[in-house]
Ligand binder design. Structure first.
Ligand SMILES: *[C@@H]1O[C@H](CO)[C@@H](O)[C@H](O)[C@H]1NC(C)=O
Ligand SMILES: *[C@@H]1O[C@H](CO)[C@@H](O)[C@H](O)[C@H]1NC(C)=O
Ligand SMILES: *[C@@H]1O[C@H](CO)[C@@H](O)[C@H](O)[C@H]1NC(C)=O
Ligand SMILES: *[C@@H]1O[C@H](CO)[C@@H](O)[C@H](O)[C@H]1NC(C)=O
Ligand SMILES: *[C@@H]1O[C@H](CO)[C@@H](O)[C@H](O)[C@H]1NC(C)=O
Length: 429
């Protein structure tokens, strides 16, 4: 606490004494493992409301790219931090969405940490977020073995001290890690390495039949991994129980999506409903009602599917607390679709927002800044991030298009359409 307060005081003093004193210097001095992408001073970056993070996921060495989130919701690419690990690309092909996943990089506001997968090194890297300047990351310890191969998605518990990885390669399944910021350690949690028994390869083969995303249930009692089907066989949601000591049940419960569901992809908790909103690359979206026991292995109760007519592959999702709606992205149509659920979890399409032909909208996240919600969408085929202002239900407005390629080139950072992946936001408490 004391440290935080004195840092605040110092930065305020700094701001008042120095801000007008000198013009901004070009700051493309790259220290080891860090690449500066902005001329903004650290004083200016200290004014940020938070940060958004995504991964370069390059086989030659992956970086977490951090953009400052301004008080107006706009992004400023600020710095890239090496994960000390390698990215990779699933097979076949070399197009966008290398990992067939959501959650390859994940921030926790409560833990003030960011975790990232190194899909080509079979490790994960966990960073401490600088509470003053959240674009500034410091690795906690060293990268740790992911407990399998081709790690591609991460979940962080509510307390922000346990990270679970989803491995999608030949050795697949989940594995969890305890994060101790004071000790500076990331250590495997006993009895959490659990197989999905997928017949897979390293790197993973997909998208059909590949793992997708891992999340904690809202009450923290379950760990859920989604797996795409191999048409015509639907995929599953694999559900493990989490014990008091953090260990996972030996076996998972396999739940198929409701009839019509095929390729479960991202999962977003439906607040207060013990249910999950999942995208489904085969139809649009699946609603998974965890209150109901599956009927012959198929989700039941209020579980259902949403047919998004004309969809290509709807794969990524997030929830806006302000509008109360879900926002999904489609890599095929490059559209954002806003979906509302009624009290009975029945979904309907509110509105669709085209983001530009062929930009390939993938990972996204939503953050609340001063009571306003903003959506950050990675558009790797244009090496851009699209920022939308979620003004009201049915009213999402284009706010900003952020170029990644130019600042990356200036900073000597390798980025490519086929490798960029992930999006997660952190807002200062
Ligand atoms: C930083 O300043 C230099 C020199 O003025 C300029 O060439 C460069 O484009 C600036 N970079 C950014 C990211 O604004
Ligand atoms: C695993 O997948 C490969 C490639 O599709 C296939 O040849 C093999 O028979 C599968 N093995 C099992 C046990 O299903
Ligand atoms: C979704 O709806 C469209 C239009 O009604 C229909 O052509 C398509 O077959 C439906 N898709 C599925 C998977 O049911
Ligand atoms: C969501 O909005 C409600 C009402 O405005 C607020 O009380 C709550 O803290 C918000 N939750 C989050 C996670 O921002
Ligand atoms: C990415 O861009 C290339 C070249 O313009 C295009 O051929 C391809 O279809 C695009 N991919 C996606 C997923 O939009």
């Amino acid at each position: 606490m004391q440290l935080t307060i004195s840092t605040v005081v110092l930065s305020v003093l700094f701001a008042s004494s120095l801000v007008s004193a000198a013009p901004l210097q070009a700051r493309h001095k790259n220290t080891k493992g860090k690449k500066m992408m902005t001329n903004a001073s650290s004083l200016q970056l200290n004014q940020a409301a938070g940060a958004a993070y995504f991964l370069t996921n390059e086989p030659s060495g992956s970086f977490v790219v951090a953009a400052a989130i301004g008080k107006d919701g706009q992004l400023t690419l600020a710095q890239a931090t090496s994960t000390n690990g390698a990215g990779s690309h699933g097979q076949p092909g070399d197009g966008p969405d290398a990992l067939f996943s959501q959650g390859s990089v994940k921030a926790s506001a409560n833990g003030q940490i960011v975790a990232a997968v190194n899909s080509g090194s079979d490790t994960i890297s966990v960073f401490s977020i600088d509470p003053q300047n959240p674009t500034n990351l410091e690795m906690i310890g060293t990268p740790v073995g992911s407990g399998g191969q081709f790690p591609m998605s991460l979940a962080i518990n509510d307390a922000g001290n346990m990270v679970c990885a989803l491995n999608g390669g030949e050795v697949n399944g989940v594995a969890c890690f305890s994060v101790d910021k004071t000790q500076g350690t990331v250590t495997p949690v006993a009895n959490t390495v659990r197989s999905l028994n997928l017949n897979q390869t390293t790197p993973a083969t997909g998208p059909a039949g590949s793992a997708s995303h891992v999340i904690f249930s809202e009450d923290g009692s379950k760990l859920i991994a989604s797996v795409k089907g191999v048409p015509p066989t639907p995929g599953i949601f694999a559900v493990w129980d989490i014990a008091q000591d953090g260990s996972l049940s030996q076996d998972f419960q396999a739940i198929q999506p409701a009839t019509g569901g095929l390729l479960p992809f991202s999962m977003t908790v439906i607040p207060g409903k013990n249910a999950v909103f999942a995208t489904d690359a085969g139809i649009g979206a699946d609603i998974l009602d965890l209150n109901a026991q599956p009927n012959n292995g198929v989700a039941s109760g209020r579980s259902t599917v949403l047919n998004i007519t004309g969809q290509g592959a709807t794969c990524w999702s997030s929830f806006s607390n302000k509008t109360g709606n879900f926002y999904v992205t489609d890599i095929g149509t490059s559209e954002v679709t806003e979906v509302s659920l009624d009290d009975n979890l029945k979904p309907s399409i509110v509105k669709q927002y085209p983001q530009g032909n062929g930009v390939a909208t993938i990972d996204n996240d939503i953050a609340t800044v001063n009571g306003n919600d903003f959506m950050f969408v990675l558009a790797p085929n244009a090496t851009e991030v699209k920022v939308l202002s979620l003004v009201a239900p049915g009213n999402a407005q284009a706010l900003q298009t952020v170029d990644i390629a130019g600042p990356a080139k200036a900073a000597g950072l390798t980025v490519s359409a086929g490798h960029l992946q992930g999006m997660t936001a952190f807002i200062k408490p």
